[in-house]
Design a protein. Structure first.
Length: 157
């Protein structure tokens, strides 16, 4: 007759870690695909105006931003408190805007460079004089598609 042993000689099998690298790489690719990098470091403080009739931009690859506002608090000592123009990560003068538009138009690949949209992201307290100067410089650079950034009334960003 057979006899059953009841000794504690049995151990639990080890957990297989063979699929662990696959899982890690899958998570890595997921986060790489879904994460967007911050494109510009704001050097001006912007409180965008509010509006009721807004339209979302379709092709963000064709949009170039012009930031207008007073320098941030930590930059006021260096640059003063008057309204400044920011292109990419540097302060600029309105006279440099034409060259910037021409340079950015050259970076657009695949799409029609004439479809480039300039989005003016200005502080709500910005004087219209500087906005008019920016629009005149954009006309001289043949950047005729201009967009004004705003937030929806009742929502704050």
């Amino acid at each position: 007759m057979s006899r059953f042993r009841k000794d504690g000689g049995r151990e639990l099998p080890e957990i297989s870690t063979a699929s662990l690298p696959d899982i890690i790489f899958m998570l890595l690719f997921f986060f790489m695909a879904t994460t967007s990098m911050k494109e510009v470091t704001y050097m001006v403080s912007i409180r965008v105006p509010e509006a009721t009739e807004l339209t979302k931009l379709e092709k963000k690859s064709l949009v170039r931003y012009v930031y207008v506002g007073q320098p941030r608090q930590d930059l006021i000592a260096k640059y003063g408190s008057e309204t400044r123009l920011q292109l990419d990560d540097a302060f600029a003068d309105v006279s440099q805007l034409e060259e910037y538009v021409t340079q950015e138009r050259g970076t657009i690949t695949g799409d029609d460079p004439n479809q480039m949209v300039i989005s003016i992201k200005a502080d709500r307290d910005t004087k219209m004089g500087i906005i008019t100067d920016i629009k005149q410089a954009l006309r001289r650079a043949y950047a005729l598609k201009i967009n004004y950034s705003a937030s929806e009334r009742g929502k704050s960003y």
